[in-house]
Design a protein around this ligand. Sequence first.
Ligand SMILES: [Zn+2]
Length: 461
Amino acid sequence: MIQEQGGRGNRPVGDEVSSPGAGPAVPTRPHSQLRSSGGTPIALRNDCPQPVRGQGGSFHEMWRELRPIGRHPDTGGYRRFAWTGADGECREWFKAQTESRGLTYEVDRNGNQWAWLGDPAQGDAVVTGSHLDSVPDGGAFDGPLGVVSSFAALDELRHRNARFTKPLAIVNFGDEEGARFGLACVGSRLTAGQLTVEQAHRLTDGDGVTLPQAMEAAGYDPGAIGPDPERLARIGAFVELHVEQGRALDLSGDRVGIAGAIWPHGRWRFDFRGEANHAGTTRLVDRRDPMLSYAETVLAARREAQLAGAVATFGKIAVEPNGVNAIPSLVRGWLDSRAADQTSLDAVVGGVEKAAREYAAAHGVDLDVVRESFTPVVEFDHALRDELARILGKDPDLTVPVLGTGAGHDAGILSGSIPTAMLFVRNPTGVSHSPAEFAAEDDCVAGVTALADVLEGLACS
Ligand SMILES: [Zn+2]
């Protein structure tokens, strides 16, 4: 059941949290009222951001409706994988939000959902939104915060009687996390032509189901997937609001930030090949144990990342024969590394590989290193970024730092085709892709207000 803007009749007793500085009227420039009086944001569990007062109060209702979808009862994490039942429920929710606001609902050729205010054919559209799918046992905010905030920001603008001079759209990009088919941002990649139809057809999940089969099973036509330049040509700006996946805002004491760039990042596979043998009868000196060189390489990755101010992670490993009483014949580890610039990233990965080769040689182990994926630095559009800073800078109580990020986003994919920008909302835990991912109620409100200000500045007279 979708409630109309401001409708609160169905909220269950006990589900509401007291509002800091609650007042009867909706401020038109409410940032200064978003600071809790005691200086400390009221911390909620990860699923109950505070309603935006007035028409923007729709935020809370929307959040409450989304909350149970795809949430695992034991872990509290979300399992909203592309084209599954939980994803379908999220999509139904998006459609209902669109229709309840009298917006025009559209699914594009790649399965991305759009809610249009105004005629897209007019061109120079302002688009906001994010994604609703999740990683395995992901948090509540990564993706949904951007989509829910987009609808709430539109409600806020309508409450302000904003006069739109450009078409506005809210989008839910499909399969952003890549949890099912192993490739992130499939919906936006296809749209931007960064993933070919042939490559998309080869994507297969763990059960052997291909992407087209999954789309078809979910009721979507996979025959139409492919680049969508006409759609992108109608968009003048895309702004994605996202929960911060780090602690920069928490450390700087700011609620909202603007993205500067997405760090270059990639994945490298390290294959250490030794000799399988009996764990009990093989003398230490006779062993060619690839686990030893792998373990030393993991430590080297940590060292190199620290030296470069970067990050490097071996988060996945495969061992053969994988027996508790067997010296491994193969240890395959995947390195994920990201850095603020290409030179630093090269230094980290080069340093790790050099160390790995030395360790492998010392243990009589062979080593192959394969780069499996790579994304160069993504600089967001400087003019749009400056415009966001100018719009948000009108509020004397708000400082909005510009942040780099190590995470990929649909906005990063689209930045190669259209001007894009991102807003980040403070996440005091810094944790993401986990149920511990978090944003405090008044920070979510600050995000909605900042997004509304930005959309008003970009799309209204
Ligand atoms: Zn995300």
